[in-house]
Design a protein around this ligand. Structure first.
Ligand SMILES: [Ca+2]
Length: 502
């Protein structure tokens, strides 16, 4: 028995130092911790780790949360090398929520679990820091992990077999993916992550393939997330930052697994990017939804804010200023963007407010009422997308136009992505503008030219955004393409007109 001060020992707990562990950062404490953990399990008591750095050289510590738990007070448990295919700590329970009063306390508390260091080159490969559940017990419920940090493992958190009514609170998971396999038993009922930080997996994708996940007040920093199959995830009061930007890494991907698309709800949350550098321009939509658009699974976004500042920009590179890609189901409302740095968004490239936005049905849905002698036609000679584009042709003094009207309320911003091509034999311009309309359909102002193309230009994606929101009295707006020649002949092409009201 080692002499120690009374305050070292929390009431009712076994002290790991009573079994010979040193926690000095040098001594291998593996054997002492195993003996202490076995005694704690037999006596149904919590094992206490006083402050210190406990070195372990092997893993496979199994903790029955119904009988015992590990609590630390500024204690670090450091694994000295990788455990290929293995785990450091596994939590399971031999009693379910129906009988398990013991499970109501935290099974892991106040511990730092450390491995090889941060970054893929240092994290222990094929090694899981904390594994939850097993194949033997249908009773793996009410696990709580609290005030625990993990870093330095390829897999920070793993699940197997059966886990439900599980929660992780006030934890800091840095580096290392979270992997949730398909087919968790009990449907993965009520899996909660609260007031925590998941950070820096450097393009390693954290995956949820089953379970009902509730993330509340969680920061996801530099973490691409994939929700697939039976998994459903709710994100409330969360912060998504800088998940990856380059294909295929996105903030959040909804994917089909075993024929079933995942589902995610992002509510009252922030989405931010660090300022792009040369290497870090965002070239992909932030969210990607691969689902059947006819069912409700997919992505649901409500009250999401994308702030800009000198520190953060919601800005994508030329070529893809799109919030949601992939063609699946998207429901969105209350998405707020800030435009002071010129950032512009289209909500979803598959949710244009226009009829026939790609001219695949000729000019159906479009009008050319502002034309003055210019020609307009659907043209299959060189479409940007699909079989046809719109062609506007003008000679000196003539004007060719095409426009379409869509609903918009006062105070809303209109944003569009559009592909433009322009061939000038002489002198002339293609201009894009918005005309605001009142309830009677009369113009109550226009934006002036938002895009003006005067030089020969092959297909180019342009973002069109009114600098001011729709004025009072607006009920609809017309997006208008206008080609005008001062001399010679000017021909413009337009395709994929994707209009979003923000
Ligand atoms: Ca087309």
């Amino acid at each position: 028995m080692v002499l120690r001060s009374a305050e070292d020992n929390a009431p009712g707990m076994l002290n790991v130092r009573d079994f010979g562990s040193k926690g000095d950062g040098i001594t291998d404490d593996t054997t002492a911790i195993r003996q202490a953990a076995e005694a704690a399990n037999q006596q149904r008591r919590t094992l206490f780790f006083p402050a210190g750095r406990y070195i372990v050289s092997s893993g496979g510590f199994d903790i029955d949360a119904n009988r015992t738990g590990w609590w630390g007070d500024g204690a670090e448990i450091h694994l000295t090398h990788a455990l290929p295919g293995g785990y450091l700590i596994r939590l399971f329970s031999t009693a379910s929520y129906e009988t398990a009063r013991a499970n109501n306390r935290a099974a892991l508390y106040g511990l730092a679990i450390t491995g090889g260091g941060l970054g893929p080159a240092r994290e222990y490969p094929d090694t899981t820091a904390i594994m939850y559940g097993d194949d033997k017990h249908d009773t793996n419920s009410l696990f709580t992990t609290e005030h625990v940090s993990v870093d330095g493992f390829a897999y920070a958190i793993g699940f197997r077999g059966n886990v439900y009514m599980w929660q992780m609170e006030k934890c800091y998971i840095r580096g290392g993916r979270i992997l949730v396999p398909a087919g968790l038993k009990n449907f993965g009922e009520r899996m909660v992550v609260r007031d925590s930080v998941l950070a820096d997996t450097t393009y390693q994708v954290t995956e949820f393939k089953s379970g009902y996940w509730f993330f509340e007040n969680v920061s996801f920093d530099n973490i691409p997330i994939r929700i697939a199959g039976d998994a459903v995830a709710w994100f409330t009061g969360c912060h998504f930052e800088n998940a990856g930007g380059h294909a295929p890494y996105r903030y959040l991907s909804i994917d089909i697994e075993n024929g079933v698309p995942g589902e995610a709800h992002i509510t009252s949350s922030n989405v931010v990017n660090n300022p792009p550098t040369d290497k870090e321009y965002w070239d992909q939509p932030l969210f990607w939804v691969h689902s059947d658009i006819r069912n409700d699974r997919g992505l649901h976004i409500q009250n999401v804010r994308m702030p800009n500042s000198n520190t953060y920009r919601s800005e994508l590179s030329e070529g893809s200023r799109v919030l949601v890609g992939g063609g699946g189901r998207v429901n969105a409302s209350g998405v707020t963007t800030f435009t002071q740095t010129g950032s512009q968004w289209v909500l979803s490239r598959y949710e244009s407010l226009l009829v026939n936005p790609g001219f695949e049905e000729g000019v159906n849905g479009w009008t050319n009422t502002g034309s003055s002698g210019g020609q307009w036609a659907a043209d299959g000679s060189r479409p940007r997308v699909g079989r046809q584009a719109l062609r506007l042709t003008s000679t000196a003094g003539r004007i060719a136009t095409a426009g379409q009207t869509f609903p918009v309320a006062p105070g809303r911003h209109v944003s569009a992505n559009v592909w433009l091509r322009h061939v000038v034999q002489g002198r002339g311009a293609l201009e894009v503008l918005l005309i605001w309309l009142d309830v009677a359909g009369n113009p109550i102002g226009h934006t002036g030219s938002l895009v003006s193309v005067t030089a020969n230009t092959d297909w180019t994606l342009r973002t069109v955004m009114a600098p001011d929101p729709a004025p009072a009295g607006t009920t609809r707006a017309t997006i208008l393409f206008c080609t005008q020649a001062a001399s010679g002949t000017v021909t413009s092409w337009v395709d994929e007109v994707l209009v979003t009201v923000l």
